[in-house]
Structures are given as C-alpha cells and as structure tokens.
Design a protein around this ligand. Sequence first.
Ligand SMILES: Nc1ncnc2c1ncn2[C@@H]1O[C@H](COP(=O)(O)OP(=O)(O)O)[C@@H](O)[C@H]1O
Ligand SMILES: [Mg+2]
Length: 287
Amino acid sequence: MNRSSATPTNPSFHTGTGHDLDRAFPTVAAPRVARMTRIYAIANQKGGVGKTTTAVNVAACVAAAGSSTLLLDMDPQCNATVGLGLSKAITPNVYDCLAGRSTVAEAACETAVPGLWIVPSTPDLAAANMELPRVPGFESTLREALRGIDERFAYVLLDCPPSLGPLTVNALVAAERVLVPLQSEYFALEGLAGLLDTLSLIKQQFNPRLTVAGMILTMHDARTRLAQDVERDLRTHFRELLFETVIPRNVRVGESPSYGLPVVSYDPSCAGATAYASLAREVAALG
Ligand SMILES: Nc1ncnc2c1ncn2[C@@H]1O[C@H](COP(=O)(O)OP(=O)(O)O)[C@@H](O)[C@H]1O
Ligand SMILES: [Mg+2]
C-alpha cells in the first residue's frame, strides 16, 4: 500500500490492511486480510494517570505507521484537543456529535500528525453529563454516532474523562477494547475495582464484546524502590494483562502538550517517546 495515498486530506482512505504498520513495526505480523476498525477506550476514573498522554501518543504512533486513526476527545477538559494543537472552541465537536447536531465524519479535524484525526472537545461537553441520561438508551449514543465511520479508520481511540459517568459509559459501550493506564505509585489500584465492576456491567447489559486489552504502567521512575515494588505487585496480580512496556516519567512528555504535539513528534528519541512507540507496537500486535 502506498503511503502517499493515505493522505490526511482523505479520511475515507482505509489504511487498515496492516501492510504499512508492518513496515514501520517489523515485529508485527502482517494480517492476510483487510482487518476491521479497532475501537479502544482509554479509561481510568482516576485523574492524572496518563490517559490522555497514552491516547494521544498511541494514536500518533499507529497513524504515523500508516494506519489512519481517529481520536475522540471525550473529556470536557479538552486536554487531547489542546495537546494536539487545536482550540477548545471548535464546532462541530464531540458534544455536537452526541447531541445529533453533527456527524463524526463532519466533526473530524486533521492534526499535524499525518493520518491522525481528532474529534475535538469543548468545555460545554460537561453539560452532556446531565443531558445524556434524560434520553432512554443514552448509553449507546456514541456507538450509534460512530456507525459508518468504521471503514475510514483503522483505529478509533476514545480518550475518557476521569469519572465513570455518562461520557465514559458511552465510550465503553462504543469500544471493543479498553486500555487502562495506571500511574506507578502506591495508590495505582485505587478505583480499579470500580472500573472493573463498571466494565463487567456494561459487558453484560450493552456490549458483550468488550474486553480489557491491557493495563499500562505510566510515569514510572525505575530508580525508586516504590516504583519497583508497584511494578512487581502488578505483574504478579495481573500477569499478561499488564503491557510489557512501562512508560517512564519523562520531562519531555510533560512539555509536549504545550507545543500542541504528541511527545513522539515533539522529541521522538526521548525515553518517553520510545516507550510510547514500543507500547503502540504492542497494541498493534493485538491485531
Ligand atoms: N510519562 C510521563 N512523564 C511525565 N509527565 C507525564 C507523563 N505522562 C503524563 N504526564 C503528565 O501528567 C499529567 C497527567 O497526564 P494525563 O495524560 O493528562 O492524565 P489523565 O488524562 O489520566 O488525566 C499531564 O500534565 C501530563 O503531561
Ligand atoms: Mg485526560
């Protein structure tokens, strides 16, 4: 497949055969048939654990490798939107899509990363937390809005807000897989039981195909005894559910949003960027 045809000005071009991914990520086996769109929710109701950083950087890596990718900023804080260099005041946005005022295709904006598109957020999205539950079946609003977008993107990533409210529920009903970032600290597992309960409820009631793709240890400082203990405990408890890649605490990761870029574009050779590239290879290898 020719990368030049996967131009970001053409969101309808489906690059999901895996061929280009395979070239960029030689450890990923090339699928023999065109694959389906993979919809991932990046969720953890704790704030500041690396959800947005993980969503933005994994999305940027798979997009740069040739798999056309759409990120939806589901958080009224708009960190993914601003972190990719867009304003919080764009219309149409995610809120418009949920309210039926726009289609997802109309709301998708091109980013500076080739192949990466975003449906931006706005602070007004906070109102959806009250408005959504007034409509019976509100849990499936996003799933319905994403219908038809499938063929345009190899990956759709949903960056969730730090709560288990209606926006996260919508993301979990629309997604097929969940990525759970865990901050490498003593309280890493705080709230995880609540998230897992919500996941199993949603799986039972709305979305039987939902699975946890894996947990990611973020902001890890391998020099500290605490971080080493946390990683050992998590590997013991969660085994294959914890991704092999651990994301280090890295000052460049914290800087990059202020430049409107994912760290993998801002400083591709820093430790944070190489770790996110490695995580993206693991995610891509899930098929
Ligand atoms: N690996 C890292 N090293 C340093 N800072 C990080 C790292 N990951 C995230 N951050 C910073 O920590 C803060 C919280 O991360 P963020 O991804 O926004 O979390 P969440 O979306 O879960 O609230 C942000 O300021 C972000 O830039
Ligand atoms: Mg966030």
